[in-house]
Write a protein that binds this ligand. Structure first.
Ligand SMILES: Cc1cc2nc3c(=O)[nH]c(=O)nc-3n(C[C@H](O)[C@H](O)[C@H](O)COP(=O)(O)O)c2cc1C
Length: 192
């Protein structure tokens, strides 16, 4: 069974650059044999948080949340693609993540961060790391920061910087290791 790793995209702006980073990491994951469906809150027209998925009575959650919950329950890891807005997590990303909780548990996550500038979104990534931990999907040690996203990747998500493929390959190696380890461990049950 291939590892299933939803790629959660956090920007909903019409001129967003984040789709390029999502395309890039999705291809890297697929080239390692992983399934990497993109979760795009803009395409899904994900509502602003009213009730969390678990707060709906069974069968009464909006269909989009039902579909995402089903995907997340089958997932082995989550790849979170985050820009940096005012040194923090983009609101579209925290809105997307906040709809769920138990669906993330006992699975690792990995952060692909980016920004228009030189720092590659790492300040937002530090906050995101704390948030993912609280959600029950601790992030792997490495980040994949993409600085100068405007020119680092083409519209199709092909790298213009030669080092990006190597960095992504190491990052995916690490994530696959954690995802396989926790998948094995989940087969023996979870504490709750
Ligand atoms: C509201 C807002 C705040 C931003 N704040 C930062 C910032 O703190 N640091 C930074 O490096 N870039 C910042 N930027 C520039 C973003 O890194 C750049 O626009 C990036 O493309 C945003 O991701 P997106 O296009 O996928 O939405 C900001 C952009 C926006 C729209």
């Amino acid at each position: 069974m291939p590892l299933l790793m939803p790629v959660i995209l956090g920007s909903v702006r019409s001129d967003r650059q984040g789709v390029k980073a999502a395309r890039f990491i999705t291809r890297s994951l697929e080239s390692r044999g992983c399934e990497a469906p993109v979760v795009d809150p803009l395409e899904l027209n994900l509502p602003l948080l009213d009730r969390m998925y678990k707060e709906y009575h069974k069968g009464e959650a909006p269909e989009v949340l039902e579909r995402l919950a089903e995907l997340f329950r089958r997932a082995d890891a989550f790849v979170v693609v985050s820009g940096e807005y005012n040194h923090g997590i983009p609101p579209g990303l925290s809105n997307t993540l906040d709809h769920f909780l138990e669906e993330y548990f006992w699975r690792p996550s990995a952060i692909v961060c980016y920004s228009g500038g030189r720092f590659g979104g790492v300040r937002a990534a530090m906050q995101l790391r704390a948030m993912l931990c609280e959600l029950g999907t601790p992030s792997i040690p490495s980040l994949l920061p993409i600085p100068e996203i405007g020119t680092a990747l083409t519209v199709d998500g092909d790298p213009e910087m030669p080092w990006l493929d190597k960095a992504a390959s190491r990052f995916v190696d690490e994530l696959v290791w954690y995802a396989e380890a926790l998948r094995r461990q989940r087969t023996g049950g979870t504490p709750y």
